[in-house]
Design a protein around this ligand. Structure first.
Ligand SMILES: *Cc1c(COP(=O)(O)O)cnc(C)c1O
Length: 814
């Protein structure tokens, strides 16, 4: 891309103001936190419901960014940079992308549908890459923002595009169509599930089909619910398992893990073996097969390439590594776009000062190797990577482009040298093309534990955070409670993500939790709910902020504050308005003000109270009485002490049920982790934690035989049993056994039979086709933590925080 501000202004209908309109632009960014932003970046200041990038412009100017697309120029930034002023910055980004796409004239495959978009895109890329220079959407970049960013990465060398488009409501697809301008369309499938964004299934179908308004050919699974809405001007190339009038009629048979497809195309009939047996993968394979047929590949090539299809891993996973290192595992792809994304992710997740990149040769960038590795080197420099380990013939050749770089010809050479590379106390991004089998490197670097893991979806946490933010007034601050190891989900990783999202405060229960976070490098202010007098010195040493809830505690803190000659040290005053747990009661307020008056050692940063019934609408009167008392006591304190502290009262349920009592800040807890006390609200949240294990062993028992301690389960007929390596020592309540609870295997329920043991439990798999080594879901989307809590007559909080520390946490981003 080579543009100047002068060229771009008319494309996006902008008014230019600034220093020089001949500034060259070769990079587009929307992420203020990316370290890839620089003088030749054009930054589009997007504003969403929760975040307005205009507020980062000053900061970006300090970092050297010189060019912005804005709706208004922030006062302090006036005259300090080039500004393109537009009505709507997202529209401008889309207009620019549409214009840019128009500069290229080569075939472009556009993919939409409810499921399978990303997999079909990745597989097509794999199948077609021997013959084309392909540009494709990185990861699942298919949104109103992701699509323009994907398209803007096209360069002169590309001769085939593969882009996916995802929408959530009406009037979105036409915009994406205009940006992608597909010539060949693929409709993966249309889920029948009700989507919130559409009034009906028909509306959803019609909207999705808009991606194909101008395609020459549309590939799809022939289907009476879609057919009537396909524009009759479009040529279709359809397939079906049931409808003989489809262009390709397919019959399927499965033998063990493999599937054989019999295809009748009208011209020829042939059979092909595909390396999957689950319905979704078979369908996705067929979509790809249809593209190969459409492009008139010969049967031999089709068979050879399809046989090599592999499960796609699109997620960036964060794992614990050896010697206190942290791994970011992106070991299944290495294209330039996804390298940029992975480096941004590394920055947002880095746990250590030192950053290492293990990188294989990069394929199909569309650039010459000289140009490619010089760009990679720029990326490595701007992201401040401390060492780079290159694996592959080509990267070895270009080693001189990098400083602090060692290279190996292939993965085996790397493995031989592994011990001499002394990994430890660093964050390691592992990024390699499939052919390099970097999973071998991950296996060496990963800390070993047992097979049970709690997977934490970081995207879901961001989603839930934004959901609750959207309920707040723009001025309301947000404290997030990360006590009890982030409600069992992992303290540091979540705190790090929250720092990235710029929340205002973190809350922990005890000083130790706060110290761990501060020591690990979390800079957000942290309030300690339950500081013991003995921990005050450590609290001060680590810049934690104590909640003070009694005169005794206050006096003890003041004594230390005076000894250390602190100046306005922040403290938080908790008042008891009815919870009767911790806090100053109404009668003690006078003593409190007398003690605090004129005191220079501390500063009342905030006043808070906690509600006892925010989740229970039966107690509205009680809740309102708490609100009124909070109002009264806090006003009294503020008046007498002449202070203007932050006032906060609401927890998660409070945010939903008592919006009038937001005051200056709220304290979000369980909602962030995807659990709400309200069923309606739960629908808007995304599941965060999935507790997974695998089947250790299976066996068949006969009627009359029993399972487990005390023979609490006795088979009444021949029964197939699987043993799972997770037990009550991992935090699974024993009450969940004996026919009450279940786990999910292959999307089917398997009842827990007999008593749960310390480290194992057994389930009934008679009706499930599964084997040793298959994945087992203990909780997640289904069964949900809320459901388990309800059945066990407890609350989700207890289920979440009971999962023992020996269960490894794995964090990932979609
Ligand atoms: C735990 C806690 C919260 C958060 O409660 P949720 O119900 O999880 O949102 C808020 N305030 C205080 C004082 C807490 O202890």
């Amino acid at each position: 891309m080579s543009f100047t501000i002068e060229n771009i202004a008319p494309i996006v209908n902008a008014k230019w103001s600034g220093q020089t309109d001949s500034m060259p632009i070769d990079h587009i960014s929307i992420d203020s936190r990316s370290m890839q932003n620089g003088p030749t970046t054009l930054f589009f200041a997007l504003s969403g419901a929760n975040n307005d990038a205009h507020s980062y412009i000053e900061e970006l100017i300090k970092k050297g960014v010189r060019n912005f697309v804005v709706t208004h120029i922030p006062k302090k930034a006036q005259d300090k940079a080039n500004f393109l002023q537009v009505e709507n910055t997202l529209d401008a980004l889309q207009q620019f992308a549409a214009y840019y796409r128009g500069l290229f004239d080569f075939p472009v495959i556009g993919i939409t549908g409810s499921n399978g978009k990303t997999i079909v895109k990745e597989w097509l890329n794999f199948l077609l890459s021997p013959d084309y220079h392909i540009i494709r959407s990185p990861k699942s970049y298919n949104s109103q923002v992701g699509v323009p960013l994907s398209v803007i990465s096209i360069n002169e060398k590309h001769n085939l595009g593969i882009f996916e488009a995802g929408i959530s409501t009406i009037n979105e697809m036409a915009k994406l169509e205009n940006i992608i301008k597909p010539t060949l369309g693929i409709l993966t499938n249309i889920g029948s599930a009700h989507d919130e964004g559409f009034s009906s299934l028909v509306e959803k179908i019609k909207e999705k089909l808009k991606l194909f308004s101008h395609v020459k050919v549309l590939i799809y699974n022939k289907n009476p619910s879609v057919d009537p809405f396909i524009n009759s001007n479009i040529q279709t190339f359809s397939w079906s398992f049931t409808d003989k009038s489809a262009d390709v009629f397919i019959t399927e048979k499965t033998i063990a893990e493999n599937t054989f497809l019999q295809l009748q195309t009208g011209k020829t009939d042939f059979e092909i073996e595909i390396p999957f047996s689950d319905d979704a993968s078979v369908e996705n394979t067929i979509q790809c097969l249809m593209v190969l047929l459409h492009l008139e590949y010969d049967l031999k090539t089709i068979r050879e390439r399809i046989a090599l299809l592999y499960p796609v891993e699109m997620r960036l996973k964060v794992k614990n590594g050896i010697h206190n290192s942290t791994l970011i595992d992106d070991s299944y792809s290495s294209d330039f776009q996804s390298l940029k994304i992975a480096l941004d992710f590394l920055e947002s997740q880095k746990h250590h000062k030192k950053k290492t990149l293990i990188l294989s040769d990069i394929f199909q960038s569309g650039l010459s190797n000289d140009e490619l590795y010089s760009r990679v080197s720029q990326l490595v420099v701007s992201n401040k990577i401390n060492r780079i380990i290159g694996v592959g013939e080509t990267i070895s050749e270009f080693k001189n482009q990098f400083s602090h770089c060692i290279t190996f010809k292939n993965t085996d050479d790397f493995i031989t040298a592994f011990d001499s590379l002394s990994f430890g106390n660093e964050t390691i991004l592992i990024k390699g093309a499939r052919a390099f089998e970097f999973e071998k490197i991950v296996a060496l670097l990963e800390e070993k534990t047992h097979e049970t893991v709690l997977e934490i979806n970081l995207n879901a946490i961001s989603h839930n955070l934004n959901f609750y933010k959207s309920k707040l007034k723009p001025t309301t601050k947000l404290m997030v409670m990360v006590k009890a190891f982030g409600y069992g989900n992992g303290g540091f990783e979540i705190a790090k993500l929250l720092s990235h999202h710029k929340v205002d405060y973190l809350g922990v229960a005890f000083a130790d939790e706060g110290i761990a976070l501060k020591t690990a490098g979390i800079e957000l202010p942290i309030m300690v709910l339950n500081p013991e007098t003995t921990s005050f010195a450590a609290i001060i040493q680590h810049h934690l902020e104590p909640e003070i809830y009694s005169l005794k505690g206050l006096k003890a803190f003041l004594k230390i504050a005076e000894q250390k000659q602190l100046h306005h040290y922040p403290i938080h005053i908790k008042i008891d308005t009815g919870m009767h747990r911790l806090g100053f009661e109404a009668e003690t307020i006078a003593d409190l003000t007398a003690t605090l008056k004129e005191n220079k050692f501390v500063h009342v940063k905030s006043i808070l109270s906690h509600m006892a019934t925010s989740d229970d609408t039966e107690h509205v009167d009680f809740a309102n009485a708490q609100i009124n008392l909070f109002e009264k006591l806090s006003s009294q304190l503020m008046q007498e002490l002449h202070i203007k502290p932050i006032l906060h009262l609401l927890n998660t349920s409070g945010i939903s049920n008592y919006p009038q009592a937001q005051y200056d800040m709220v304290r979000l807890g369980i909602g962030l982790y995807g659990v709400s006390n309200d069923a309606e609200e739960t629908k808007h949240l995304e599941n965060v934690g999935t507790l997974k294990s695998v089947i250790s062993q299976t066996r068949t028992i006969q009627a009359g035989e029993s399972v487990g301690y005390g023979r609490r389960f006795c088979a009444v007929k021949e029964t197939k049993i699987a043993t799972i390596p997770i037990g009550y020592a991992d935090g699974i309540s024993r009450h969940w056994g004996n026919g009450l609870g279940y786990v999910m295997i292959k999307n089917k329920k398997a009842m827990i039979v007999g008593s749960i043991c310390m480290d194992m439990l057994m389930v009934d798999i008679t009706e499930i086709d599964c084997n040793e080594g298959n994945e087992v879901i203990i909780f997640g989307k289904e069964p949900s933590v809320s459901l388990i809590a309800e059945k066990l007559e407890t609350i989700p909080y207890e289920i979440l925080t009971s999962i023992s520390q020996r269960v490894k946490r794995v964090f990932y981003r979609e």
